[in-house]
Design a protein around this ligand. Structure first.
Ligand code: NAP
Length: 470
């Protein structure tokens, strides 16, 4: 492949990556975004593969087959497992960058016979690539393990006195060794120092994640995405590959922006997420006297819904777990058929990843026009006849407004409690992800429908179909 074609391919792929990110902004163009992203990646892989120095290495096909063997099953995981799947992808990206960096260093040690000479610029890029790549590898593996609730990885934050000092110390030693190796890349001790950097980066990835609780993992994954992108930028400089530089920069910046959006939606600061040990069991001050949970029958709930003129449905993680979106659609059809206004209130961090609810509702063909963002719907909540909470908990917990000791204090919530009547579907009295009680469920105007969301909604829909409700 000529240089001109390779450069053209790099420009086309970069443009497609940019369009892909842009189209992701809107559900209507999100499918185009996926196609553009996949096409860009394909162009990038083919353009790289057909480089003269690569194409004659037939064994590269083995690596591609290996990628497919791991990648295809990973693409088939359920939507609720996408955050940990994404973490694994970052882990592989980080590992690839780290290994390429290590190989390039040792090839370069031969005085430029096997690889490019180890200039100061090249060494700086190599050190950055290796530190970021390997810390992303172990950090992402830990994050994936926490989200998958792997038994031997503690879910709760593991903290000890002086933890931040130890963490920053490990990173500082790695960076200091990196400076030394950059200045003296080929002296007797340099290879050992380089391998020490690798070891410290691997260790730092683990240390970085253990103090962070499960609830913050999606944000952390997006920060790790950013690190993986930056290590790809460094790798692009090492390999002289412009496409890696641009794609890595897009990856790095979009990951950072996403983390900031998620932190804002949860009203948390970056440093709070990274060092705050969110998710530790915190005892909340008891709010008022212990109130009783009131249960409603499916028949009673159906009547309440039928008599309403405006219903706001607030979906959460439980809807995703139950895969209840299609039953939600059936209920939506039944209610709208009766002239009832139905709006879906979407909290930015409902579920376990950004856009989780939007994706599920789109899968069930619920019109985008029926979806309202939190800021849009909250002023209307006092006029809402029934707020139907489906497997949501933290995102409707009024404690976020005033309970200073609570881990969700300050997080904007959907004002379900302000509706005239609240119907809440969940299986038990267990708390949500933040592990705290929710007074919404024991409010005077709240009625519980205990059970799996899909089953309860199925029963509700039956009431409208065959019951006395016409
Ligand atoms: P949540 O607070 O985790 O609560 C989910 C509720 O669903 C639980 O109370 C659970 O109660 C219920 N549930 C589980 N399975 C169910 C089933 N099969 N049928 C019916 N109910 C079921 O969820 P959320 O309100 O969506 O809040 C999301 C949380 O994740 C927030 O704390 C948010 O900060 C955090 N988070 C999200 C993101 C993101 O990007 N979306 C990122 C970072 C953090 P039972 O067990 O009693 O059924």
């Amino acid at each position: 492949m000529t240089l001109a074609v390779a450069q053209l391919a790099a420009i086309v792929a970069t443009a497609l990556f940019i369009f892909s990110l842009h189209w992701m902004n809107d559900p209507k163009t999100a499918r185009h975004a996926v196609v553009a992203g996949v096409t860009a990646m394909l162009v990038a892989v083919l353009a790289t593969w057909f480089q003269p120095e690569i194409v004659h290495h037939g064994w590269i096909v083995l690596a591609i087959v290996g990628g497919f063997v791991v990648g295809v099953p990973l693409s088939l995981v359920p939507l609720t497992a996408v955050p940990q799947r994404t973490a694994l992808s970052h882990a592989f990206g980080g590992l690839a960058a780290g290994l390429v960096g290590t190989a390039e260093y040792f090839l370069g040690l031969g005085g430029g016979q096997h690889g490019a000479p180890l200039t100061t610029f090249r060494m700086s890029a190599l050190v950055a690539e290796v530190i970021l790549g390997f810390l992303t590898f172990t950090g992402s593996l830990m994050a994936a393990g926490k989200l998958q609730e792997v038994k031997w990885i503690p879910q709760r934050p593991v903290t000890y006195p002086g933890q931040n000092f130890v963490n920053i110390g490990v990173l500082a030693i790695a960076v200091a060794l990196g400076v030394l190796v950059t200045l003296q890349p080929a002296t007797a001790w340099s290879p050992q120092a380089f391998m020490a950097i690798v070891g410290l980066a691997l260790l730092f990835g683990v240390l970085l994640i253990i103090p962070i609780g499960g609830a913050d993992m999606p944000t952390v994954i997006s920060i790790l995405n950013s690190y993986a992108g930056l290590s790809a930028v460094a790798m692009g400089f090492v390999l002289g590959n412009k496409l890696l530089v641009t794609a890595g920069a897009l990856d790095g910046s979009s990951g950072l922006i996403l983390s900031i959006i998620m932190c804002r939606a949860m009203n948390r600061s970056f440093t709070n997420v990274l060092f705050g040990a969110f998710g530790t069991v915190q005892k909340m001050a008891a709010v008022g006297e212990q109130k009783a949970w009131k249960q409603e029958t499916v028949e009673g709930a159906a009547q309440l819904l039928e008599q309403a003129s405006s219903v706001v449905i607030i979906p959460g993680y439980g809807m995703a777990v139950a895969q209840a979106q299609h039953k939600v659609r059936e209920l939506y059809d039944q209610l709208t058929k009766r002239g009832i206004k139905v709006t879906f209130a979407i909290h930015p961090v409902a579920g376990r990843m950004p856009g989780h609810m939007n994706v599920l509702l789109a899968e069930a063909n619920i019109p985008y026009t029926a979806l309202a963002e939190m800021d849009e719907i909250n002023p209307e909540m006092p006029q809402c006849d029934v707020a139907l909470v489906i497997g949501a908990n933290d995102v409707v917990n009024p404690a976020a407004r005033y309970a200073k000791g609570s881990p969700i204090y300050g997080m904007p919530i959907i004002d379900a409690d302000k509706a005239r009547t609240v119907l809440a579907i969940k299986r038990s009295k267990s708390p949500g992800f933040a592990g705290i009680d929710n007074e919404l469920y024991v409010q005077d105007n709240t009625w519980m429908l205990f059970g799996d969301a899909k089953a309860v909604l199925g029963d509700l829909v039956k009431q409208f179909g065959s019951g006395g409700l016409h």
